[in-house]
Every structure is written in structure tokens, then in C-alpha cells.
Unconditional design. Structure first.
Length: 138
């Protein structure tokens, strides 16, 4: 069995964003040479997420609105965590959106369902953060 890993780095200037990282992950898969196996994509920061869904602007807007209703940023005083930072909401948003995804690799390609894409979700931007891509297989 072969193993490959790479860290993708992001520096989102705004507070929140959804970034389609499917092409980056596909490039990693090509570099790995693995044709059959599994690909793990993991957000390596507690205020960021990796998830799979459709790359449709209306859906991304709906996520933004929904997440802000679930865990509004302001007032920051509503979060006990915010004694040190102002990102208590970002931790909660990450928990809802998820830490990582695993995708099957079949015949050298990510084995997605219809419309599926991999996204990096940033909920407390303004500094560099990383995503781990770990691929195992033959």
C-alpha cells in the first residue's frame, strides 16, 4: 500500500468564506499515483471546516445565513470562549459543518456522487490555516 500527504495552505482575508478545493485535491491525487484507495481531507484548525456539497452560489449563501442564525457572531459577549478571542461562533460553525471528509478513489479519480465537490469552510479568517490531504491505496 502507498501513502501520500500534502498540506494545503489558505489565508482568507475576510472572516468567512467557502472555497472549492476539489481541483487542489485532484492535483494531490495525481501526484500520489494512487489508483484505488481512500482520500482524507482534514481541516487542521478548530475554526475551519472541510465538507462535501454542491458548488452553487445560492446554497453557499443559504449556508452563510443559516450558520449565522445558529451561531451569530455578535454580540461576542454571548460566548464564554470570547474572553480571549472573538471567535466563539467560529468554533460552533465548524462543529456543525464538520472537520473532515473521506472520498473513495476509483480508477485514479475521486469517486463522487452527482454534483459533489470538496469545500474548505473558513469561519475566522485573517490568518494562515492548513488542510491535510492524506491518500492511501494502491
Amino acid at each position: 500500500m502507498k501513502s501520500y500527504h500534502k498540506e494545503l495552505w489558505f489565508d482568507i482575508p475576510g472572516r468567512r468564506a467557502f472555497v472549492n478545493i476539489t481541483p487542489d485535491v485532484e492535483q494531490c491525487l495525481g501526484e500520489s499515483g494512487i489508483r484505488e484507495g481512500l482520500c482524507l481531507v482534514n481541516a487542521m484548525h478548530i475554526t475551519a471546516s472541510v465538507f462535501i456539497n454542491d458548488d452553487e452560489p445560492g446554497l453557499h449563501h443559504d449556508y452563510e445565513v443559516w450558520l449565522e442564525k445558529l451561531a451569530p457572531h455578535a454580540p461576542t459577549s454571548q460566548y464564554l470562549h470570547n474572553g480571549y478571542e472573538d471567535n466563539g461562533d467560529a468554533h460552533l460553525k465548524r462543529q456543525v459543518m464538520g472537520r473532515e471528509v473521506t472520498v473513495a478513489i476509483t480508477d485514479g479519480k475521486l469517486h463522487f456522487g452527482t454534483w459533489e465537490q470538496i469545500f474548505y469552510g473558513e469561519f475566522d479568517g485573517g490568518r494562515r490555516k492548513r488542510v491535510l490531504v492524506k491518500i492511501i491505496g494502491e
